[in-house]
Design a protein around this ligand. Structure first.
Ligand code: NAD
Length: 337
């Protein structure tokens, strides 16, 4: 049984903790918090040992009546591997600590590829992280692109991809972020960083992306155009995506015509926190015109890359050589379709 520490128990960290706890080959030895807020209290109620990220703040936890088991350094002593889910840029700073402690670490998409040296997606480059000390699970958007572009590449080859990424302005909990009433080209420069990020895990793919922020918190939405090496028809693409795990075809005609309705569907599925780990692709949007494939998909930014963090643990510790074996194991434990 592998012992996993979660450093940074926020939007991603708390989901990774529950996903790890659901597996039969790994367990959570602790989670870390910077302050004694409601998430810290819930972590304790769920049975996770809580560690403080900023040692000087231990008294604040005592005063709040939230028991802690020590500091992050103590937590790392208990663990075989750490999943770092701290805010963007902090993970890379923590790398020094992990080196010092001689512990393997998995980082999230907010870190730069160059700072970590290796990036990860379960479907496109699992084997590159086998036995590595550190890897970075690519961002929610890049994970979404990998999930559908990889099977399409396998089916008929990809000549060129163009994608327009419509990004949620903030996560539901982020009251200080926006926009509230604007569409913001973000970044305003073209192409955006999403294409280069995909190339860190899907080498050689010819992709350029543009991105904008919109006033919604629910999901990102992608509009993807793919010039195919060996053109196939829309039905073949539908069949391929339909059989691909962690991807689901949804029908606007069945009332799933928007990100709001897709999130309602996730609630109907009874998912914890209404999460949707799969990438929904609108079936009606899939079309091939003059050899070019068009489709639209959505990304539940808070959860889609969480199963990838579990697979990354197996890759780094070489618990599973075969990516599909890890993917199916993770899926079964998390109830992924
Ligand atoms: P978050 O702010 O929700 O959570 C971060 C947690 O880390 C918080 O609990 C915070 O208190 C804690 N923290 C802050 N400083 C710390 C420190 N020095 N040591 C330990 N813990 C510390 O952030 P998030 O949205 O979960 O993002 C985490 C990472 O995941 C980032 O790299 C982000 O880019 C990436 N990511 C986020 C999303 C998303 O949509 N939220 C999606 C995919 C990837």
């Amino acid at each position: 049984m592998i012992s996993v520490a979660i450093n940074g128990y926020g939007t991603i960290g708390k989901r990774v903790a529950d996903a790890v706890a659901a597996q039969d080959d790994m367990k959570v030895v602790g989670v870390s918090k910077t302050k004694p807020d409601f998430e810290a209290r819930v972590a304790i109620e769920k049975g996770y040992d809580l560690y403080v990220s900023i040692p000087e703040r231990e008294k604040l936890f005592d005063d709040a009546g939230i028991p802690v088991s020590g500091t992050v350094k103590d937590m790392l002593e208990e663990a075989d591997i750490v999943v770092d889910a701290t805010p963007e840029g902090i993970g890379a700073k923590n790398l020094e600590l992990y080196r010092e402690k001689g512990i393997k670490a998995i980082f999230q998409g907010g870190e730069k590829h160059d700072a970590i040296g290796l990036s990860f997606n379960s479907f496109t480059n699992y084997e590159e992280s086998l036995g590595a000390d550190y890897t970075r699970v690519v961002s929610c958007n890049t994970t979404g692109l990998c999930r559908t572009l990889k099977p399409i590449d396998d089916l008929c080859g990809i000549k060129k991809v163009r994608a327009v990424m419509v990004r949620r302005g903030a996560d539901p909990v982020q009251v200080k972020k926006g926009p509230i009433n604007a569409i913001v080209p973000n970044p305003p420069t073209v192409p955006s960083h999403h294409g280069p990020d995909l190339k860190t895990v899907m080498k050689g793919v010819n992709i350029h992306t543009v991105a904008l922020l919109v006033p919604t918190t629910l999901m990102h939405q992608h509009n993807i155009m793919v010039e195919l090496e060996n053109p196939v028809d829309a039905d073949e693409i539908k069949a391929k995506l339909d059989e691909t795990t962690r991807v689901m075809l949804v029908k606007a005609s069945e009332g799933l015509a928007s990100t709001a309705e897709i999130m309602e569907y996730a609630k109907e599925l009874g998912r914890s926190r209404n999460d949707l780990f799969e990438i929904p692709v609108w079936e009606e949007s899939i079309n091939v015109v003059e050899g070019e494939l068009f489709y639209m998909q959505a990304v539940h930014q808070e959860s889609d890359a969480v199963p990838e963090s579990v697979d990354a643990i197996r890759a780094l510790l070489e618990l599973e050589e075969d990516n599909m074996k890890s993917i199916m194991k993770t899926n079964r434990a998390m109830g992924i379709l």
